[in-house]
Design a binder for this molecule. Sequence first.
Ligand SMILES: *Cc1c(COP(=O)(O)O)cnc(C)c1O
Length: 356
Amino acid sequence: MAPSAQPALLTSVSSDEKYANVKWEELAFGFVRTDNMYVAKCNHGEDFQEGKIVPFADLQLNPCAAVLQYGQGLYEGLKAYRTEDGRILLFRPDQNGHRIQAGAKRLYMPYPSVDQFVSAMKQVALANKKWIPPPGKGTLYIRPILFGSGPILGSFPVPETTFSAFACPVGRYHKDNTGLNLKVEDKFRRAFLSGTGGVKSITNYCPVWIPMAEARKQGFSDLLFMDAATGKNVEELFAANVFMLKGNVVSTPSLTGTILPGVTRICVMELCRDFGYQVEERVIPLEEFLESDETFCTGTASIVTSIASVTFKDKKTGFKTGEDTLAAKLYDTLSDIQTGRVEDTKGWTVEIDRQG
Ligand SMILES: *Cc1c(COP(=O)(O)O)cnc(C)c1O
């Protein structure tokens, strides 16, 4: 076991126990080494081979692999939930399967079928079942990755592509239960028109670590990115979509290729319509965003989290937070469906295990 990788969180695991020996109360959002992972490969010009569950281990990579040389890689993120009555659920895994396909097309890569993708997610969850936290204590976050693993120096084709997935038990992504304090990023941009902002390309994230680190140092929870073309319109957070409520209208920036089409985003739009709100996808100027009654962000990791304040050039604007917000109602509704506390009338959950 890699000594550096494992935090003090873990003590020991014996194979006949229902749960891994994890201090569930202390679970944060971070890497935890679990037992097994999924790996499938695809040679150029062929379909993806059937994947296998193998013990979690370092991957071997050719130093000239396309992912290392040219950043040809995508990731996904979804969760497995343990219900109070002992079932295990995935939440809309087909959506992640479709999204990784869209990303693969954009990055000129072969991709697994949606069926293979969903089957891989089930296998990874079941192969790490004892790492799925008890109900109410967290979830098992599954990280699928698709990347150019074959060597390429200058010219096509990439000889081999790898589809893999591992899983880590996680707690809350944003520690701030009381709402996020965001800083408007007015210099660095995360995506530009016709670029890769609309797919989960691994190249989209570390280019904004400089301002993220600065913001963290200043005590902010996350950044609010502006569009690259004008710098005036709200786009999204580091890895979460953003919404505003004004009167009876819920608005979120439209998908123009620079914003990641979140699975949580479409669920939240549907739930808002169910609740009787008018829902709009449109351009949202920062000025207008700052006049919201309420704002919140959405994502698999953050679920639905209130935004308590947005700071733009040293001016801080506060928003409503707490029990009596739309964000709280959405959080409760969505997590009730995800964790099987209410009947899923929308067909969003996929049950993968009955025995508990
Ligand atoms: C993953 C991600 C989201 C959220 O997508 P979900 O499918 O809801 O988890 C939003 N923005 C970015 C940039 C992301 O990477």
